[in-house]
Design a protein around this ligand. Structure first.
Ligand code: C5P
Length: 413
């Protein structure tokens, strides 16, 4: 899994910095090439000479070294790697990453790349538990940064708690897991729709729905993490672009359909958008005035994107997945919807107000395929996305016509 992988290891300050030597040894044993950046604080704990001896490469520690820049500029340094690993990652370095600082070679390399990053935090328990560090970690995770540890135990300072650097074998296992996962859907083109659509009444007003886009965006990111080439066609949301995904922003259902048509052919399509069923038949070019008669809105049906993508024919994706947001008889309605639209799998969820699904962080899924229904436990939308991405990868890997519900022996619908 590590063979021929290029890892840029950034060693920041902390008593645990010596463990980075064992990380390098294990990575090289696995066949990876390791290049190191040592921060000024890191150099207080481990010498450039030991890092160079173990990595078999030059160690970079000074942003403004003219010789270094001539050989390998700081931009190339991070772009030349398959993964950046920060171990140990001090509270200070994590804070700099979260705020986008670039005042030394390590922070500049971290900012000047879109190569995936894995951090292994190590610090005193109070520093780890501090709201600032926790907020920095949450922000970094949101931006797609992976992490391993810290673990619980006795610290060098004598205190006990979370903050110990993960053991070298755990860090190396996390690196191997990253490469294993990111190969699962390598080269697979995927289309995901997400968010609501806005249907214009006039240039100022529109009809919309309560979809937040959180589930669709999470699915796009989970698929990208498995190495898929994901195009996310999204209606208006307040969400940041997911990591590793090409995002096409649209407003109306018509725009969404056009963007989906431009994104095909794909092997997998996941339609998680809450597309408006109707548009206003003749949206006004000028703002409607309040005075006078009450306006009458005549509606017309919108195109059904999921049905179009599901239609048989050359270029149909191998797997088309729809969602069914229902407020009653969830499984019955979703099963009928799957047949009507012609998609392969439907993920049904109850969106009645008491469930808090719309805009909330959690979701309960009933997954319906040709063989039956499988009810998943209540999960966060991120966990639903990760589970779905794994099942898509399983499905493509086995090439079986049967969906996972069949393989897992669930009840027939
Ligand atoms: O018909 P309904 O909106 O309940 O179906 C939900 C599923 O169909 C979702 O996967 C949604 O993304 C998709 N859909 C679509 N285009 C529409 C309506 C729904 O792709 N016009």
């Amino acid at each position: 899994m590590l063979s021929a992988k290029r890892i840029l290891l950034i060693v920041s300050g902390g008593i645990a910095a010596y463990k980075s030597l064992e990380v390098i040894r294990r990575l090289r044993e696995g066949g990876a090439a390791v290049r190191c950046i040592l921060t000024r604080a890191g150099a207080e704990f481990v010498t450039p000479l030991s890092l160079a001896a173990l990595s078999g490469d030059k160690v970079y520690d000074d942003l403004f070294s003219l010789t270094d820049e001539a050989e390998m500029g700081h931009i190339e340094l991070s772009r030349d790697a398959d993964l950046l690993v920060v171990a140990p990652a001090s509270a200070d370095l994590l804070a700099k990453m979260a705020t986008g600082q670039a005042n030394d070679l390590a922070t500049t390399a971290l900012l000047a790349t879109d190569t995936p990053i894995l951090v292994a935090p190590a610090m005193n328990v109070r520093m780890w538990e501090h709201a600032a560090t926790q907020a920095n970690m949450a922000l970094l995770a949101e931006r797609g940064v992976f992490s391993v540890g810290p673990t619980e135990g006795e610290m060098a300072c004598g205190e006990y708690g979370f903050g110990r650097l993960a053991e070298p074998e755990e860090i190396v296992a996390a690196i191997a897991d990253f490469f294993r996962a990111s190969d699962r859907l390598r080269g697979v083109r995927v289309l995901v729709t997400s968010g609501p659509t806005y249907e214009a009444i006039d240039p100022v007003r529109y009809i919309a729905n309560r979809s937040s886009g959180r589930q669709g965006h999470a699915i796009a990111e989970a698929l990208a993490r498995l190495g898929a080439e994901v195009t996310l066609v999204s209606g208006p949301t307040g969400l940041a672009d997911p990591w590793g995904v090409r995002v096409v922003r649209v407003e109306s259902a018509e725009d969404m359909l056009a963007a989906c048509r431009s994104a095909v052919p794909v092997q997998v399509a996941v339609c998680a958008a809450a597309v408006a069923d109707w548009k206003v038949k003749s949206a006004k070019a000028q703002k409607l005035k309040k005075d006078g008669d009450l306006p009458r809105l005549e509606l017309a049906p919108n195109p059904d994107i999921l049905a179009e993508l599901s239609a048989a024919g050359e270029g149909r994706p191998a797997l088309v997945i729809g969602f069914a947001a229902e407020t009653e008889k969830v499984i019955e309605h979703a099963t009928a919807k799957r047949a009507k639209k012609g998609c392969d799998w439907i993920l049904a969820n109850d969106v009645s107000p008491q469930t808090g699904t719309f805009g909330g962080a959690e979701n309960r899924i009933h997954m319906i395929d040709g063989a039956g229904v499988e009810t998943w436990p209540v999960m966060t939308k991120t966990a639903v996305a990760a589970e779905l991405a794994e099942r898509i990868a399983d499905h493509l890997a086995t090439g079986s016509g049967k969906g996972p519900a069949a393989r897992r022996g669930k009840t027939a619908a």
